[in-house]
Design a binder for this molecule. Structure first.
Ligand SMILES: *Cc1c(COP(=O)(O)O)cnc(C)c1O
Length: 379
C-alpha cells in the first residue's frame, strides 16, 4: 500500500519546551544572571523564596527543596522511618521512582492494583494490603489528577501517607466540600521539577511539603547529610539540595503555572469532544471531585501499537506511560509477583497512549493530532 503524504505536514512533538522558553525568556534570564553574578549556587535566597511560594500554592506549613522528585520520596520515606523489615504499599502503574525509592530505603514494595477509570491506586486494595509491618502508603497522582487521598486515609487509618505528586503540582480535589491542593492533606507530598513536568526546571529538582513540623525538621536534616549544624551529624542523610539556579528558573515560571495548566485543560477538552464519536478510543476519565492539570492526556485505545506507529509516520508525537507495570519489572522479580497479580495495571499498560497536550500547542497542531487519530480508525 502506498501512503499519500499530505501536502502540509504539521509536526507535533509530544512536548515543546523551546516554545515555552520563547514566551518567558525575558523573565527567566535576569533571575538566572543574578544568581550567576552573586555566585551563591547552593541554597541561595531564591531557594527559600521558592520554598515559600510552593508552600503557599500547596497550602502547607513547610516546603523543602531537594535535588529531584525521586530524592523527595526517598527523604520522605526515611523521615517516616521506613527501612529494613518494613513494607510500603503503592501502585504498580507509575514511574519507576515511586517503588525504586521504597527498595532503596530498605523497605519492601507491596503493589496493589489500580482503579481502571483514573489509573490511580485502588484505596480499598491499599487498605487490604496493610499488615503489622506496613510503614507507609504511597498513592501517586497520575497524569495530573489527584488520587482519592481521603479514601486512602479512610482505608489505611493513621499510617503515614506519602503523596507522590510529581505530576500534579497545583492540581486540586474537592474533599468534604472544600478544595484541597496536591500535597496538602497527605502526611507528606512530593514534587518533581524534571523538565517535562508542568513546572519544569533546566535540569533536575524536587520539593517536599508537609504540615508536620517534626517531619519537616527531619527532612531538612536528611537533605544535608543529616546535619542542621555544619559538621555535626544527627543521622545519615543525603546530599540532595535544590540548586539556586534551578530555583531562579522555577521562580520565573511559577507565576505562569495556573495559566499553563488551564491551557492544558482546554486542549484536553478539545480532544475529549473530537474523539467522542470514536468508539475505539476512550478519553481520560477525570474523577468529578478532581481538577486535573493534565501532565499527560492519556487515551485507552484499541490497536495501540499500530496507532502509535501511524502517528509517528504523520510526525505526531506520542508516548506510552507506562509499558511495563512495576510489579513485573525484572529488578522486582524477588518480590514474587506474576502476570495477573495486578490485572488492571497490566491491562492499562497494554492500552494507554499519551498525546501532545502541552500549553503552547497551536490550533493547527491540535487539529493535526485529532485528524491523525481519526484517520487511523477510518473516520
Ligand atoms: C517524574 C516522577 C518522579 C521522579 O521525579 P524526578 O525528578 O525525575 O526524580 C516520581 N514519581 C512520578 C510519578 C514521576 O512522574
Amino acid at each position: 500500500m502506498s501512503t499519500t503524504v499530505a501536502p502540509t505536514v504539521i509536526p507535533v512533538p509530544l512536548l515543546d519546551l523551546q516554545a515555552q522558553h520563547a514566551t518567558i525568556r525575558d523573565e527567566v534570564m535576569p533571575l538566572v544572571t543574578q544568581v550567576i553574578e552573586e555566585q551563591g549556587f547552593i541554597l541561595g535566597p531564591l531557594v527559600g523564596q521558592l520554598e515559600c511560594a510552593v508552600a503557599g500554592l500547596s497550602r502547607t506549613r513547610f516546603a523543602i527543596g531537594c535535588a529531584n522528585g525521586t530524592d523527595a520520596i526517598l527523604i520522605a520515606l526515611r523521615a517516616v522511618g521506613a527501612g529494613h523489615g518494613d513494607e510500603v504499599v503503592t501502585t504498580p502503574f507509575t514511574f519507576f521512582a515511586t517503588a525504586g525509592t521504597i527498595h532503596n530505603s530498605g523497605a519492601r514494595p507491596v503493589f496493589v492494583d489500580i482503579d481502571p477509570a483514573t489509573f490511580n491506586i485502588d484505596p480499598e486494595a491499599a487498605g487490604a494490603a496493610v499488615t503489622s509491618r506496613t510503614k507507609a502508603v504511597i498513592p501517586v497522582d497520575l497524569f495530573g489528577q489527584m488520587a482519592p487521598i481521603e479514601r486512602v486515609r479512610a482505608a489505611v487509618g493513621a499510617l503515614p501517607i506519602i503523596e507522590d505528586a510529581a505530576q500534579t503540582i497545583g492540581a486540586r480535589r474537592r474533599i468534604d466540600g472544600e478544595w484541597r491542593m496536591a500535597g496538602e492533606v497527605a502526611t507528606i507530598g512530593t514534587f518533581s521539577f524534571f523538565p517535562s513536568k508542568n513546572l519544569g526546571g533546566w535540569g533536575d529538582g524536587g520539593m517536599i511539603v508537609t504540615q508536620d513540623e517534626v517531619l519537616a525538621d527531619a527532612m531538612l536534616k536528611l537533605r544535608t547529610h543529616g546535619s542542621r549544624k555544619t559538621y555535626f551529624h544527627e543521622l545519615v542523610g543525603y546530599n540532595s539540595r535544590l540548586d539556586t539556579l534551578q530555583a531562579a528558573v522555577l521562580m520565573a515560571k511559577l507565576p505562569h503555572l495556573a495559566a499553563w495548566s488551564a491551557a492544558r485543560r482546554a486542549n484536553a477538552a478539545y480532544y475529549d469532544a473530537a474523539f467522542a464519536d470514536v468508539p475505539e478510543v476512550r478519553t481520560p476519565v477525570i474523577d468529578p471531585a478532581n481538577e486535573s492539570i493534565y501532565n499527560q492526556y492519556t487515551l485507552r485505545c484499541e490497536r495501540r501499537d499500530a496507532l502509535q506507529a501511524f502517528l509517528k509516520e504523520r510526525q505526531v508525537g506520542s508516548a506510552i506511560y507506562y509499558p511495563l507495570p512495576l510489579h513485573l519489572q525484572p529488578c522486582f522479580a524477588y518480590l514474587g509477583y506474576r502476570e495477573g497479580s495486578c490485572p488492571e495495571a497490566e491491562r492499562a499498560a497494554r492500552e494507554v497512549l499519551s498525546l501532545p497536550v502541552f500549553p503552547e500547542l497551536s490550533a493547527a497542531q491540535r487539529d493535526a493530532v485529532v485528524a491523525a487519530v481519526r484517520a487511523f480508525y477510518g473516520r
